[in-house]
Ligand binder design. Structure first.
Ligand code: ZN
Length: 393
């Protein structure tokens, strides 16, 4: 989304939907556009994407009903555009000038965190529709202002929320309603737990889409969603809706701790401290458990293009590919081989274990000031995907 002023650009960044990537493509206006009308949506598509559009239309109505039990429904009919103009998986949502969603017709084949789902179309439309439910909500002086001045971008109080909050609520709901998703997947937990192990758990003020270190923009999604999930589990799920309602009448929308205290019973700052402590406790508790061999969920043979034979090779190859190395692994033996070469261990319990064990090994081998790697594993289509990202500090 390319906008003119700096303020509007900030809104565009906040409203980016499904992934940390800021890439977007211009939707071709000269195609044979058609529309499916449902009770709450207009789904716009061209003939090449009709199959996906029909799935999205049905999934959107289902998500609308489910989300209406979670939050106050948005106003008016919602436009959904199916765009097939870029080769990446993403989506976006904005409440202005009307409620509208764009979904890219590219499944998340290269995004490991998004693969933990039964139906990607359900996942993405639930995520983006959560943004609409959250951002459209306007009460008090904001609702009155919109009656006078219309749906101007600056008159939506929840659009001033930090990115971790906006994306955290959307990822929380995508898992709760669509099933699977990034709360239930392994990658976000791996990121949080690995940072706790490394004593690098970020402060709440550093959870930005513009984060310059690993996991970069994913910071807002991963920590934000786990934090909202933590608050819902410990304070009660109903308080998420209560928070959205109270923040939508907040006179100074940047003061988010005011509605947080009134809904969750504590400030976000205090809640974040409790959340980070709980992650630390879970790691200490798990470290006393015996290791188990990573088993059964993976089957067949290595189909990756790169053969990893040693930690040195792994580091060299990951540096050569701009800090990220991905291998598709399909057998317990291969997983064991890769992890053995990475951490010099034959058994692993989880991706967290690999991260936990890998740091001292890499330090000795690479002699770099500090190389932090993160390994994520997730099961998709019967295969076990392993993603490794390394960064030198
Ligand atoms: Zn989003």
């Amino acid at each position: 989304m390319r906008r003119g002023s700096a303020i509007r650009l900030r809104h565009a960044v906040v409203l980016l939907g499904f992934l940390a990537s800021g890439a977007s493509g211009q939707i071709a206006p000269n195609l044979d556009w058609r529309t499916i009308k449902t009770q709450h949506f207009y789904v716009h598509f061209n003939p090449a994407t009709e199959g996906l559009a029909r799935r999205i239309a049905a999934n959107a109505e289902r998500a609308y009903v489910e989300l209406s039990n979670e939050m106050h429904p948005p106003r008016g009919t919602i436009d959904i555009v199916i765009s097939d103009d870029v080769d990446l998986s993403n989506g976006s949502a904005t409440p202005t000038p009307t409620n509208r969603i764009v979904i890219y017709a590219s499944p998340p084949v290269s995004e490991t965190a998004l693969r933990y789902t039964n139906d990607w179309a359900q996942l993405v439309v639930t995520h983006e529709l959560t943004h609409i439910f959250h951002l459209d909500r306007s009460r008090g002086i904001w609702a009155l202002s919109q009656k006078v001045f219309g749906r101007a971008p600056l008159l939506f109080p929840n659009s001033y929320s930090p990115s971790w909050l906006t994306e955290g609520i959307a990822v929380y709901e995508e898992s709760k309603i669509a099933g699977g998703g990034r709360i239930d997947g392994s990658e976000h937990r791996m990121i949080a737990r690995a940072s706790a192990i490394d004593h690098r758990f970020p402060p709440i003020g550093a959870l930005s889409l513009a984060q310059g270190h690993f996991p970069f923009g994913e910071t807002a999604y991963s920590y934000g969603s786990l934090f909202i999930d933590y608050l819902a589990r410990t304070r009660g799920e109903a308080h998420v809706r209560e928070f959205v309602d109270k923040s939508s009448a907040n006179l100074i929308p940047y003061l988010i701790d005011i509605p947080a205290k009134r809904s969750f019973g504590e400030s976000f700052l205090r809640g974040w401290k409790n959340f980070s402590d709980s992650v630390g406790r879970s790691i200490r508790a798990e470290s006393t458990e015996p290791l188990m061999v990573l088993t059964s969920t993976c089957s067949s043979a290595l189909s990756g293009r790169r053969t990893v034979t040693s930690p040195e090779t792994l580091l060299r190859s990951s540096r050569a590919s701009s800090g990220t190395s991905r291998s598709r692994v399909r057998s317990p033996e291969t997983v064991s081989a890769v992890t053995r070469s990475l951490v010099l261990a034959t058994t692993v319990r989880s991706p967290d274990t690999v991260v936990k064990r890998s740091a001292p090994v890499r330090s000795r081998v690479s002699r770099a000031p500090l190389t932090v790697c993160a390994l994520a594993g997730s099961v998709y289509g019967g295969a076990c995907d392993i993603a490794l990202a390394c960064e030198e500090y």
